[in-house]
Design a protein around this ligand. Structure first.
Ligand code: DQQ
Length: 574
């Protein structure tokens, strides 16, 4: 009795502290009745992106049902057609031939039935052999946000753009919460996969009290679904699991796999988006197909401190297998870091991160991500820098490109690690360490990296940088993307996002790529091992007043071995 009280108090305290550090973002289902149908008179352009996906106006959140089908990529996403805060949610729909240039169509799925009258929330697409694409999504049936799962198919499967979707009345909703399941925490069905027994499986995110869960459902015909006795996986204290994603990755190479592939040559990935903190984490593990259980590997922390696709603003992500290029592609939503009132004034909120190819690192300890190769077609006007030495306190401009809309790839090197600062083992939280040390506190090996979206006199800048520390038996590398000095505006969330990088120092080099796009700095450390997306709102470092620099603020001299930077053309978003 006493013990259970202690546990309850501990969980409550943990939940409150997690909420206090919740990535600075309001709960996504927070309803602003007075704002959610307020349409802005005009759209503010200054921080709109040039090549990250965003519609002409209004609120967007989670990517939904991405797929490649009959020559087109389809991206659906959560969208408020009436305003720029969350609400009135439909599935907006865009199509593309190359994942970069998009054409908007009419919303594909919108409230029209009793089983989705109060909203069409997130879900996934599965290409069912012999049937074509099927979307499973969460319908909201009442004002209490009771959730059911809905089945939708194209009205005309021969339409190459799959414009209209129907939700057959005779079978919907296909899944309701059922006994023992919390009906207001029961959402975001995954892409389905087929087991060796010929039955389909899919997951639905949920929680039981504070335990995050992914319920498993099975079906023979994709229409009648039965819940398995046990969830595929669950974890104490992690709270509601939103937008679960479950898929195999090959042990060798970068090739992506269809979601139904299983066997000794693969590991599985389970990713969940944690409603309590607005962060996601994933584990790598083994899918025991005979038991329909997923067991995370002992190299993957299963919980709050787990691996993240991205240590910045990246949420509700979803991957799909692109059968046209045999790769797995990951989409994630990047929310704003300004206030709801700002969003109403500017007439838009939310973007999608650049789609990323994802594969297993050869160490098998983590995933690696890289912007899809198609992005490179937007590159123009290349400039480069080679063997540029950076002494302590130096910064050098990367001139000649449109620094507010750019792509930069750089490799830094140094000749010795002797000067690396001592690592304090209590520094387990990378973000805390980054906010403590930042880019301005002089170090030994680092901080060095890029000053992005910088005003000429550095009154504003968003540094993306490494700091190297020396622990007793290894070196610890921190990658930071620090928004603290990003804007002279005060009413903004300016986090010091950071993650540790798993590095082999045989070559004493570190590489970085940053995609800079007006209010986005999306960075990939060490070839995509540790990635961070920041949203920033400079007032001086805008348009052609933005600059890009390389810098070093450590005592060890740093060499910019090779840097290439490009102005980026704008993507077509029509
Ligand atoms: N957003 C959707 C939900 C999902 C959440 C609602 C995650 O289905 O759980 O817009 O951002």
């Amino acid at each position: 009795m006493v013990l259970s009280k202690v546990v309850t108090i501990f969980v409550a305290v943990l939940s409150i502290s997690l909420l206090l550090i919740n990535n600075g973002v309001e709960a996504f289902h927070k309803v602003y009745p007075h704002l959610q149908s307020v349409s802005a008179i005009s759209v503010s352009e200054v921080h709109r992106t040039g090549y990250h996906f965003q519609p002409p106006r209004n609120w967007i959140n989670d990517p939904n049902g991405p797929m490649y089908y009959n020559g087109y990529y389809h991206l659906f996403y959560q969208y408020n057609p009436k305003g720029s805060v969350w609400g009135n949610i439909v599935w907006a729909h865009s199509v593309s031939k190359d994942l970069i240039n998009w054409k908007a169509l009419e919303p594909a799925i919108y409230p029209s039935k009793p089983f989705d009258k109060y909203g069409c929330w997130s879900g996934s697409a599965t290409i069912v052999p012999g049937k074509g694409p099927v979307i499973l999504y969460t319908g909201i049936i009442d004002e209490k946000n009771t959730q059911v799962q809905v089945y939708a198919i194209p009205e005309d499967p021969t339409d190459p753009l799959l414009r209209k979707w129907i939700k057959p009345d005779a079978i919907n909703p296909i899944v309701i919460a059922g006994q023992g399941v919390n009906g207001s925490a029961f959402r975001d069905p995954t892409t389905a996969w087929m087991g060796k027994d010929g039955r389909w499986r899919m997951l639905v995110g949920s929680r039981r009290k504070h335990r995050g869960m992914a319920y498993l459902y099975r079906s023979r015909d994709f229409v009648k679904w039965v819940r398995a006795k046990h969830p595929i996986h669950s974890k104490t204290t992690t709270g509601m699991w939103e937008c679960p994603d479950f898929y195999p990755v090959s042990l060798k190479g970068k090739v992506g796999l269809d979601t139904s592939i299983e066997g000794n040559h693969v590991k599985h990935v389970l990713k969940n988006s944690l409603d309590m903190t607005r962060f996601e984490y994933y584990t790598l593990g083994t899918y025991l197909t005979d038991k329909d259980k997923y067991i995370p590997s002992n190299t993957s922390e299963d919980g709050w401190g787990g691996l993240r696709y991205d240590y910045g603003n990246f949420y509700a992500s979803k991957s799909f297998f692109d059968q046209s290029k045999n790769r797995r592609i990951l989409w994630g939503w990047a929310n704003e870091s300004d206030s709801q009132d700002d969003d109403v004034k500017k007439g838009w909120a939310g973007i999608q991160a650049i789609p990323r190819t994802v594969w297993l690192d050869p160490t098998e300890r983590q995933l690696v991500q890289w912007p899809v190769e198609e992005l490179n077609v937007l590159r123009e006007k290349e400039v480069s820098m080679n063997n540029q030495k950076l002494e302590k306190g130096n910064h050098v401009e990367v001139a000649g490109i449109t620094a507010a809309q750019a792509d930069v790839e750089v490799t830094f090197s140094f000749s010795s690690l002797d000067k690396a600062e001592a690592y304090d083992p209590s520094w387990v939280n990378a973000q805390d360490l980054c906010s403590q040390k930042g880019s301005k506190v002089q170090g030994g090996v680092g901080p060095f990296g890029l000053l992005t979206l910088a005003s000429e006199n550095l009154a504003e800048f968003t540094p993306v940088f490494f700091r190297v520390f020396k622990a007793p038996s290894k070196h610890v590398v921190l990658l930071c993307s620090d928004a603290t000095s990003s804007s002279l505006t005060s009413n903004l969330y300016k986090p010091s996002f950071a993650g540790f990088v798993d590095v082999d120092f045989a070559t004493k080099k570190l590489s970085l790529r940053s995609l800079i796009d007006h209010s986005v700095v999306e960075s990939f450390g060490e070839g995509g091992k540790t990635n961070i997306l920041s949203r920033v709102y400079p007032v001086l470092a805008v348009a052609n007043q933005a600059n890009l620099f390389v810098f070093n603020n450590g005592t060890e001299p740093i060499i910019v071995e090779n840097l290439k930077a490009w102005s980026m053309k704008s993507a077509e978003l029509i």
